[in-house]
Each structure stands twice: as C-alpha cells, then as structure tokens.
Design a binder for this molecule. Sequence first.
Ligand code: PLP
Length: 344
Amino acid sequence: MTTPAFGRFFLPGPTDVHPDVLTAMQRPMIGHRSSAMEALLQGVAPRLATLCRTSRPVLIGTTSATGFMELAVRNGIRRRALSLVNGAFSERFAKLVRAAGKECVRLDVPLGCAVEPDMLRDALRRTPVDAVTVVHSETSTGVLQDVAGLAAVAREFDDVLVLVDAVTSLAGSPVEPDAWGFDFAFTGSQKALALPPGLALGVASQRMLERAKTLPDRGLYFDLVAFEEATRKFQPTNTPAVSLLYALETQLARIEREGGIEARWRRHDAMRQRVETWSEERGVAFLPREGRRSWTVSCLKLREGQSAKVGVAGGRLDDRLGLRRAQGLDHTDRPHGRSHAGRP
Ligand SMILES: Cc1ncc(COP(=O)(O)O)c(C=O)c1O
C-alpha cells in the first residue's frame, strides 16, 4: 500500500492530519477515571473555549458529528422544529428530527441557495415551532448561510431554540455561538480542525440546558445534562477515544502556535479566494452566489455538456487546487466540482 504524501489530501473530511498529531496518538493509554485524564481534559478546556469562541463548556463526544446532531435534536426540540433544508446535510438534520419522534416542518430552498433571514421570519410567523435546525456551511453545495442573521430572527420569537450544524465552518470561518445566540452548535474532528474522525465538539446555551432537563426522551449516550455536568468536572461521560484526545491536545497547541483561530480563518479565506480567482479566470461559475460561499468547501458548476470526469475536476491544475468530483453526494442534476481547504 502506498501512503499518500502529507498535504495532498483534499477531501471535505477526513482532512489531512499533521504527522505530529499522528505521533501523539501513539502515546500509551490512560484510565478514563484517572487524574491524568482529568488533567488532559482540564488542559484542553481553555483552548477549546477559545477555538469555539464561547464562555460555555465545550463538550467532547466520542462520536462522528452526526452523534451531536442527534444530541441537538433529542435535547433541544420539545415537539416541533422548523428545518432549513438546502442540501444533503440539512436534509439529514430534518430526517433526524423525524427519526427522534418529533414533528418536522421544512423550509426548502433550491440547491446552491441559502435561506435568508426574511424567509425564516415569514416561516416562523406562519408555523409555531420550538426550535430551528440549520446547517451553517452546507458541504454538499458549498453554501455558507447567514447564521448570525437567522439566529437573530429566531430570537424575535418566544422560546425558539437555534440548533446549528457548524461541521464544515467551525475552525475554518467565523462561528460565534455566544455572540450570535446559538443554543447548540457542533462540529466534527475530521473537518477544519484537521484531526482524525471520531470526535464531536459541541457548545450548548443555558436555555438549551434548561430545556433538555424538561425532556424525558433525551436518551443516555447523548444526554446533554449528563454531558455538561461531567464536562464541568473535567470528566468524560463514558470511556472516550483516548488516542483522539491526545490528537486534540496536540492539534490545539499547534493551532495556537500558528496564530490561533483567527489566523486559521484567514488561511481558509485565502484558499477560498484562490479557488474564486481560478474559476473567474476560466469562466467556471460557482454554485452559490457571492457572499454565500463557504470558506472550506467550494462547489463549482461544470459547463453544459462537460463531463465531471474530464472537466474541471480532472486535470493537473485541479490536483494543485484540490478540486475533486463530489462523491457520494451526487444529488444535483448538474454535476459540480468541489474543493476542500480544511488543511492541517
Ligand atoms: C455539514 C455536515 N454536517 C454533518 C456531517 C456529518 O458528519 P459525520 O460524518 O462526522 O457524522 C457532515 C459530514 O460531511 C457535514 O459536512
């Protein structure tokens, strides 16, 4: 088996993992109730808070991001949610609402578009709900939604919680759970954090926590109340993926050394701009409009009659830019190329 060269890996997750982070994962195990584990969790807590721009505890789960999507639904929705759907992952969020036995009202927009705050206001006036689900950076279409504006609209209504999938935005572009008034925001380790898959991070507001306490069917593994309580004591809820915690510790220190979260945002924005320049020069259009483009995932429209296999996603230049044909998410009529920039 040939090992791919470091830095040549452009999937929209998992992303490439720095060799220092991989090495850190080789450390011996520690017990999950040991003082070493407590010290590890206490050590990463302030760096996680800085990364997630919050004064709330940052929850760490041994799960892929979908696990924390489920946590959001089970702990944040009382009876009925409005799901903003503009692609594959917002569709998953909506499906999860129903799978958890809650009522789901949908607000769909065409692929490549964002739900705008006025549209949300109209929908909330028409249909009373107790939560809104929204994906910040919809990986399947490269759309970055105005989640700050959407959360502000939701707050105009009484007791409507805002549940945000920040999976391909957090650590790659600004996400401000406290300042923007999110009730739950979550991400996965394998995206802009450039860690191996297997960890989810989440931040819950106090009002989300209060709501969770009133919901009887929030389950056990993703019980927010238990998660918060354990996190405040620097304890894991169950046996965590210890090696991934070593990786997290090492990567957080690397991010800090490289200038912190804002430097990381700037780097991702620069990579997005590079793809924009490339596509403008070649007359290849972006799927989302300007101002609604993800900083970590760029989705481009192939010209009429152009096959995705031989089109923009096939040549040498595309290798340098990291353009790839979207795999497993081929739900649009028109094929599109995409790049991902969540580099270590
Ligand atoms: C926006 C978004 N949400 C959710 C997920 C699901 O993440 P996971 O596969 O870690 O459960 C992904 C994965 O690509 C994603 O891009």
